[in-house]
Design a protein around this ligand. Sequence first.
Ligand code: 5RP
Length: 236
Amino acid sequence: MTSNLSPIDTAKFVAAKRAVEFVEDGMRVGLGTGSTAAWMVRCLGERVREEGLKVSGVPTSTRTAELARQVGIKVISLDDARWLDITIDGADEFDGDLNLIKGGGGALLQEKIVATASDLMIVITDPSKKVDTLGRFPLPVEVIPFGWQTTKALVEETLASLDVLGQQASLRMNGEAPFVTDEGNHIIDLHLQRIGNARQMSMVLNQIPGVVENGLFIDICDKVVIGHQDGRVEVE
Ligand code: 5RP
């Protein structure tokens, strides 16, 4: 599984491998989305096949569900699981308080529901995602398609009253068409540079009609496992 990995894939792989050591027999496991989370699904699949580990996985996207089935992980819905023992997922940014920006892959809604329903939420990452203040990565905001331009205008108006540096908002595209999430929604990416008060920003955004959820994960992550390109792993 790991021969000839690029340095960046080595970092993702070693973080994923270390994180799946937290999974124990019988656990219900939230399975994140993205390239780092995909390594975690493969590593967990390896434990299922080679150690006979028995787990049920709740995927956070259709692509993760597909990969989980391919590698032999039993897939169940969150409604079947109700509550999860652990979730392991990637992130686009994390700060010193383990607050996150997620949703670069467009799966933030299911990711936030699943992570919130977990006793333990572990982020796997490489060191490049660590920031002093969140906001360098564009903040994804999931909106329903109905009236999305009005919702975007309301979001922009709201930004003007908040402690941020940039205020540009753009509809995420998939080629010529708007990007569509697993729930059939669109994503507006906010280019803010620096989010002074992430908790306030998250609450204010979610009060705007048409906004379904935003990519700020505040007080949700418990642990960050950082993989380095030389194979070292740190746990924060
Ligand atoms: C998807 C996510 C991903 O976890 C995040 O974008 C990180 O992805 P990657 O591991 O590919 O860098 O939030 O919605």
